[in-house]
Design a protein around this ligand. Sequence first.
Ligand SMILES: C[S@@+](CC[C@H](N)C(=O)[O-])C[C@H]1O[C@@H](n2cnc3c(N)ncnc32)[C@H](O)[C@@H]1O
Length: 353
Amino acid sequence: MGGTNRSRLIGVPGHPKTSFYSRPSGSVPRRAESVAAAFSHEPVLCDEVLSGLDPRPGSVIVDATLGGGGHAAAILERSAPDGLLLGLDRDDAALAAAAVRLAPFGARARLVRARFFELASVLEAEGIGPVDGVLFDLGVSSHQLDHAARGFRFADQGASETPLDMRMDRRDAHTAADLLAHASESELERWFREYGELPGSARLARAIVERRRTAALRTSADLLTVIRAARVGGGRKHHPATLVFQALRIAVNDELAEIEAGLEAAIEALRPGGRLVVIAYHSLEDRLAKRTLRAAERGCVCPPRAPVCTCGRPPRLRAIERRPVVPSEAEIRRNPRSRSARLRVAEKIEVRS
Ligand SMILES: C[S@@+](CC[C@H](N)C(=O)[O-])C[C@H]1O[C@@H](n2cnc3c(N)ncnc32)[C@H](O)[C@@H]1O
């Protein structure tokens, strides 16, 4: 595994040699320190992630949502002296910050710019066989939320300077503003209904289409004005803007398809006895995680009334926790963003043919 004592960061533009960047273990340039300091994200349910993954010396663990590398650092500490961590993120800012934070672990941390869809091909390219654990800490990082220029947040303050961007991977072609400018009314309605579960989705989609005939929606303030005027979201405990921004973020980043593909690739990549840990932050993510894990626990896809199984699909996972693990009150007080977290753990089982 990685012959030199260097951490590797692969596929991040702006770094030397365009796609491959290495730095001697432990040496962190001053500019890089400020990159890491600017990226603050407290890892959620960190002890529970460690007990779910159970990393040991020599373990090979994939962190599919590297972010600032908080969970990754804890996993590397627990798997010392020779555990390997493969960290994936589609966000170049996250990877740059994680590379700094994980530099002390040298070649034990391999960081790759990739999305969930690419998990299987990254493992193959890295020559990594069945793995001992995979972590998905879904959603956006505090860094993405806190940096107004990324366009994920909708606070009134500064909204007129906050662009409607929301791309996790800034190489992607379409921002939230592009979707609002070009999507059909029925597509907008479907996103708000399915991804935001927003009462009044059709009314908001119509209001957006009417507004864009006279002026494009470019900033958070533009969108907030239309949301307020359309008077949508009644009866939901979340502010309508929360639901609308969630829906757009999911559409811009194709998040649900990514999660489905990523979980499937992760289940395939695990060795028997390997662990899958998923942290979800809203009900759509959690339902998708639960449905995918339960389907893999069941195996069989025959209709429930079929007298005998004809599909022959064996179970691939065993649930470790039947109910999702949630943060303690102390953690929520310390880190309010952990409030909605739901963690699920499952173990790969030997597939008998
Ligand atoms: C909640 S943060 C992870 C924080 C991290 N666990 C830590 O301790 O700092 C989620 C990260 O996953 C990344 N992400 C979300 N969806 C992704 C996808 N489909 N492919 C790759 N990365 C993704 C985001 O860019 C973000 O940096």
